[in-house]
Design a protein around this ligand. Structure first.
Ligand code: TNX
Length: 504
């Protein structure tokens, strides 16, 4: 039977067409390569980072296959039966993150100009193997991979998600698992919302009460929690090895009740506010006229910047309804220079466009097209998180057991059918760094809650961020998405099996 390669059921390998995000170009051929127990991963380079990528690939394939899959560095022709990885730094067509994957009867060859490209090629390879490859116990196989060639590179450099660890704390293991899931879908920015009214989640050595006091609360009265700087550095290193930049957010001048509870001297009247565990927004503010405020902010940004290898520090700036407009402007301009003084670029929610922005700063669009345009007019770039499409904390339907509704209901289809370059009139593709889908956690207390809201919607945003818009249709995507159910299940993801999708 000349079967269309399917989801990996009945021993057929998944077809190229099922890969998410959809590759730029693909030329499938009939037949399959079979990965045998004696296969090796051969790296045609001695670059340490290429070897590390090969080790990660081997680690992702070993548990289910039960094969040894030794990683070796070698020159010249790679013998048949193996997976070969090659770095070709001169290959401009592949870009910083692109790759070429060639599967023949003889073996698999993965080529990229940079290690990130090898990593993403490896993620495509995982998706070309049967879904059972994702289980952590040995499976019978056979481990077939459909033949053909894929040439791939991303549309946008910023392909992200955000996890709010402030409203409900989510710990190191959960965040690392999220980084693994992001990687499979080629996402490369993890924005962590580290502070809010209901909790402060990152230890700041010069202001210890932020976590010892401010870390003890959460929405709904839960026990809270926080990352030590060691925990946080562990996350950053784990992410970096997988080509994910962690963007830390300390939200200010609003969303600071937990900080004010920890240090009442930061309030204008010096009186401690009560801890808050409800879901209100817009009632707290730093004291703009107090010099201590800037000492505080400088200390926090200095420590956060020191933990951050990437270029960006996120300063929030949203919903500062209890800060006078002129105070907001003065505060934000000063904060931008504090961020710069620690060698970082500022990113803020789009309200920061009310102030004078530097061209190196970034605004995150979530609500107001006029503010998004104002950021762009100032030469700043945008990250696109339009709430009716990209907010992962919105309910799917009125029946969703968790989630909010202020931006509307967001079906799996809604989360797929948008395009960053046509979302805001006056904002063009070249104004946009990319896409980020935020998960605010007022209603997401557990990992299962996060899974439910994030998956499968995050896969749609991943495809929007990576794949060309031409030819992307919901009608085709929903079939491709359906083939990911066994894979997500094998990974233990408690996704929402929306009836919009023809799951098998
Ligand atoms: C708005 S979007 C917020 C957050 C809330 C979220 C809930 C934005 C910049 N701020 O404080 O958690 O809505 O959906």
């Amino acid at each position: 039977m000349a079967a269309e390669p399917g989801s990996g059921a009945q021993g057929l390998p998944p077809g190229f067409a099922t890969v998410i995000p959809q590759p730029l170009a693909q030329a499938p051929e009939p037949g399959a390569f079979v990965l045998e127990p004696n296969a090796r991963i051969v790296v045609r380079s001695t670059a340490a980072d290429a070897m590390r990528v090969a080790q990660l690939l081997a680690r992702s394939l070993r548990p289910a296959t039960g094969y040894r899959l030794p990683v070796a560095s070698a020159r010249g022709v790679v013998p048949g039966g193996n997976i070969a990885l090659a770095l070709t730094p001169g290959d401009r067509a592949l870009g910083e993150e692109g790759y070429r994957l060639v599967v023949t009867q003889q073996g698999v060859t993965l080529t990229a100009a940079r290690p990130a490209g090898l990593f993403y090629g490896g993620q495509t390879l995982r998706q070309l193997l049967p879904a059972a490859i994702e289980t952590d116990v040995r499976q019978p196989g056979p481990w077939r991979i459909a033949l053909g060639t894929i040439h791939d590179r991303p549309r946008f450099a910023w392909r992200g998600t955000m996890l709010d660890v402030a409203r409900h704390f989510h710990g190191v293991d959960e965040v690392e698992r999220l980084i693994d899931l992001m990687s499979l879908y080629k996402l490369n920015r993890l924005h962590l919302h580290l502070s809010d009214d209901q909790g402060w989640r990152i230890s700041i050595r010069s202001w210890p009460r932020l976590t010892t006091v401010g870390g003890r609360t959460a929405v709904g009265g839960g026990k809270g929690g926080y990352f030590t700087q060691r925990d946080y550095s562990r996350i950053v290193a784990y992410a970096r090895a997988r080509f994910v930049d962690v963007i830390p957010e300390i939200d200010m001048p609003g969303h600071v009740n937990a900080a004010l509870v920890s240090y009442p001297k930061l309030t204008c009247d010096g009186i401690a506010p009560s801890p808050r565990t409800d879901m209100e927004v817009g009632y707290s503010s730093l004291c703009i006229g107090k010099e201590l405020t800037y000492r505080f902010v400088n200390d926090v940004i200095r420590e956060i910047a020191a933990l951050t290898p990437g270029p960006y520090v996120h300063v929030g700036g949203d919903e500062a309804h209890s800060t006078r407009p002129e105070d907001y402007l003065a505060f934000m301009e000063r904060i931008e220079s504090i961020v710069r003084s620690h060698g970082k670029r500022m990113i803020g929610w789009e309200e920061v466009a009310r102030t004078k922005l530097r061209r190196t700063s970034v605004a995150q669009h979530w609500y107001d097209p006029a503010l998004a345009r104002r950021a762009v007019e100032q030469g700043a770039k945008l990250v696109m998180s339009p709430s009716p499409k990209a907010y992962l904390d919105m309910k799917y339907t009125p029946d969703s057991p968790i989630g909010l509704t202020w931006a509307g209901m967001t079906s799996v289809r809604d989360a797929y059918t948008w395009d960053p370059a046509t979302q805001v009139p006056g904002v063009r593709e070249r104004d946009i760094l990319g896409v980020e889908a935020p998960l605010w956690s007022e209603t997401a207390a557990t990992q299962a809650d996060v899974d439910y809201l994030m998956f499968p919607r995050l896969l749609g945003h991943a495809e929007i961020a990576w794949s060309p818009s031409a030819g992307r249709t919901w009608g085709r995507y929903k079939w491709r998405l359906a083939t990911h159910a066994p894979r997500l299940r094998a990974l233990g993801v408690a996704f929402y099996a929306s009836p919009e999708v023809p799951w098998r």
